[in-house]
Unconditional design. Sequence first.
Length: 160
Amino acid sequence: MSRVTELPASEPHMSLVPRSTPASDTWEYCLHIPPDPRAPGIARDTLRSVLTRHGLPELIDKAVLLTSELTTNAFRYAEGCVSVRLDWRHPVLRVSVCDTNPELPTPFAASPEEDMIGGRGLLILDLLADRWGGYAIDKEPFGVGGKLIWFELTIVLEGN
């Protein structure tokens, strides 16, 4: 049988229960994922866990879907590791996905065909994200190039 022992009040810095971070605090997480077919699922689970623990449940569904799109494409079209960065600056969450393929995706000029298997990622990004973008990363000075695609989701504050 396990027991939790309360520490004396004179030692608040030694609490066994982690204090929650106010949503107004800033934070950042980075996940480096090896080339593995389970990687998009790991990114989704990690994102869901981080947002839940930071008390941002209203962002979970959109953030998980968009992150899944970006990580799946990163593993489909690039070789090597992918990194996913979560950056919270109240009231905006920015998720960035970086891979080793410098070729930026090309948006469709028109809506994708109904029977197409793929090609809807940027459309979904455009519909659900409050803002998004991307850029190629030069090989200099580190010798590894690629691209970074990001999106932002903003919490609507009360009274706005």
